[in-house]
Design a protein around this ligand. Sequence first.
Ligand code: NAP
Length: 552
Amino acid sequence: MASIGKFRWITRRFTTHPSAPLRICVVGSGPAGFYTAEKILKAHEKVEVDVIDRLPTPFGLVRSGVAPDHPETKIVTNQFSRVARNERCSFFGNVCLGSSVTLPELREMYNAVVLAYGAESDRSLGIPGEELAGIYAAREFVWWYNGHPDCRNLDPDLKSTDTAVIFGQGNVALDVARILLRPTAELARTDIASHALAALEESSIRKVYLVGRRGPVQAACTAKELREVLGIKDLRIHIQPADLVTTPVDEIEMKNNRIRKRVYELLSKAVTPAHAPHPGQRELHFVFFRKPDKFLESNDRSGHLGGVQLEKTILKGFGDGKWMGTYFHNNVTSFFNSEVQRLSLKSIGYKSIAIDGLPFDSKKGIVPNIGGRVLADASKDHMQYETGLYVCGWLKRGPTGIIGTNLYCAEETLSCISDDVDKGVLTSNSPKPGRDGLLQLLDSRNTRVVTFDAWEKIDAEEKRRGNLKNKPREKLTMWEELLKVVRERLSGTPTDRYAYILEKFQAELQTEYIQIVILVQGFDHALARCQRIFTNSIHHPEPRILVGNCYG
Ligand code: NAP
């Protein structure tokens, strides 16, 4: 590593080598992606791994999904950063699979591709009125308060109603309820996005309903997360006593499952004793055995949510390994008044997105696979795998599990990869261009790649801004803002970098100094372009310019 001024240059081996390494690209830099990269690097000494992500920032769900008041869960990013800094690993952000580079192109450039791009869409309820303004997917709301650049401008209206209705009773629903109800003074000390904090400070939401289609014994949340929301200071908890009555089947379920028992016990003890609430006191209502039937349009605001009609459910039958609700259609039992109900959040599960050239099971929202090996056609009796294509995380098993679940998931995918290496299915006998080829392709498409060094500049900037406000970080939440920091810090396409170098070294370039050593990314066309740009820019009779490899 050499350095010029304040810039850091890293020389790397690029071109084919007599014994070329196996080159693997991991798509997605969340927990599934980084755990997979880590495990591959540990298990195989001669493998190079590139992790790409469509965002300029790494860490996926840890950055955009984990609630801001759960800082301990985010510590895992230290481990992921160590992986990214491994000399056999690179991170390239702002690279979108499908638009910056296609899957067939990636498969052509790498010996193997592991898809770990998670679930960036949502299940839908499929009921009338779902498109009305004021109804959001919980994912969007979570991305909004976590500063994801795609939801920076979501701007949910928290001022024209005092009631929010959340559908679903999983941990995401609990996160959202907690953020809506928790005192903002407590949130201000977290890394919550400042636009969200400002909106929550002005919020008039006082009542949050968590609506589940099954009973308190079947609520999808876990005890720790439930305890946390129930423990919010000065919060009144409401549950209809009739909903807490258990059946013999509930008792069996609790006997067989400690978490279900614990959740039920917490709920049954949580109800606030009846006495008049004090003015402005916040309320959390758990509503069981109800499912949304129809969203109603507001009488006074066309196109906006005004209320929601619910159906009553009873538990009957065992489907997909769990008791399912059977619904009394058209037996409307309750609805939220159209004059007050303007905010609804659907927290009924995330969904992965299909991409061109990838087998996809749209019913389950996953890539068909066995243990992480992608199946070419799951409908055929004879199992046929896509050679060199693997999957990990929510894209592999559906949107369930905590961050640590991805550790086991990555281990399973790694064992398929190792197996294929042992069997000679994956080999570097015909070397692939790997990162060299990828960067060349991205450069030709003018994609501004964000390296891990560049991310560290964003990271430092966010921490610096956070420090001024007594928070761990102040996230940069707009695409332009994120890419601007990177541009200023010597990244982006090689052309950007040359322009930046020229600008910074203008003074030296005017002097007698005639030998300049510039290290650029090592593609022939990029080297030639760099030489040309510098030669044309330096007004010296005999400039001697030496170019070599670098990463900005
Ligand atoms: P989830 O746990 O699967 O919960 C989904 C909820 O939506 C359930 O209550 C489910 O009801 C309900 N639902 C699904 N389809 C519905 C429909 N058509 N109508 C009405 N309700 C419907 O999913 P999640 O909350 O999105 O969480 C995803 C994963 O991330 C989970 O494994 C969760 O534990 C994890 N997570 C963990 C943490 C943490 O550890 N702090 C935080 C956030 C998320 P049924 O139960 O009846 O299906």
